[in-house]
Design a protein around this ligand. Sequence first.
Ligand code: ATP
Length: 298
Amino acid sequence: MTTASDSVLDFTDVSVAFRSDGPTASAPAVDGVSLSLRRGEIFGIVGESGSGKSTLANTVLGLLPSSATVRGHVRVNDRDVLGLSESDLRALRGDEVAMIFQDASASLDPTWPVGDQIAETIRAHRAIGRRAAREQAIALMTEVGIPDAASRYGDAPHRLSGGMRQRIVIAAALANNPQLLIADEPATALDVTIQAQILQLIDRLRRDHGTTVLLITHDLGVVAQVCDRVGVMYAGRLLEVGTAHELFARPTHPYTRALLAASPNRVARGTRLPVVPAQWSVESLHESEAVAEAEAAQ
Ligand SMILES: Nc1ncnc2c1ncn2[C@@H]1O[C@H](COP(=O)(O)OP(=O)(O)OP(=O)(O)O)[C@@H](O)[C@H]1O
């Protein structure tokens, strides 16, 4: 059992619903999710598009629109973050918790030198001078693998490749040594080789700094490459949690088994989750499993 001291992030019976303008209430985007992340682990949330992964993650830093109603408890280091004021959330963001998204370009100001953007992130949370912040930013750029970081400090984002921009975003995210990093599809927009490098970087940073990582993905290859434990989401529900090894070797939920059966080369990088029919039922999954087994036996 996870105790308060070894868990960084706890979701307790979290549900999220978006107010709809239509006559019928829409199904909850997140439905009764309970989950604890252990200190220093990379926890993958895997699920097809629309399963509620981003919505769940966005509850942590208060990033949901006002049309969303969140129920349950979301605790960071035992402090309930739902209902925090905007200024408390700002203090939490980038300090205890940092978040990176799929599109690095959208996270960076296109008109500003990349190094200054990292330095400002440091100065937003700590009282240090410009020169010290600049030195720390260059050290971070070096740490995340920007070659000749000092000379790239003054570059505008468009002068860097997509992979290098994502490294800058990761450097800025880690600037204040957060305990928790939420990475929402951090490598999906990049080509396969660069994706692998970004994931290796996240894994190395976790090892070097002890950062806990919540990694959102719909790529089973990502799960296989870096995740310690995995939660499978479907239609807002967390169906199954286990180690990455358990998930691949002994999936217990029929939905997970169907996903894996439908992804024959499932540990290869770039294995996207197949979309299962919206009106999913356990019976239909049993059928698809039977078909997969019959095909495998041929
Ligand atoms: N701002 C919003 N207003 C209304 N509904 C929303 C909003 N954001 C998400 N939803 C709905 O919530 C459900 C879950 O969406 P969410 O983006 O969390 O899924 P996801 O698993 O992260 O998908 P993807 O991998 O495509 O990002 C979907 O049905 C989506 O349409």
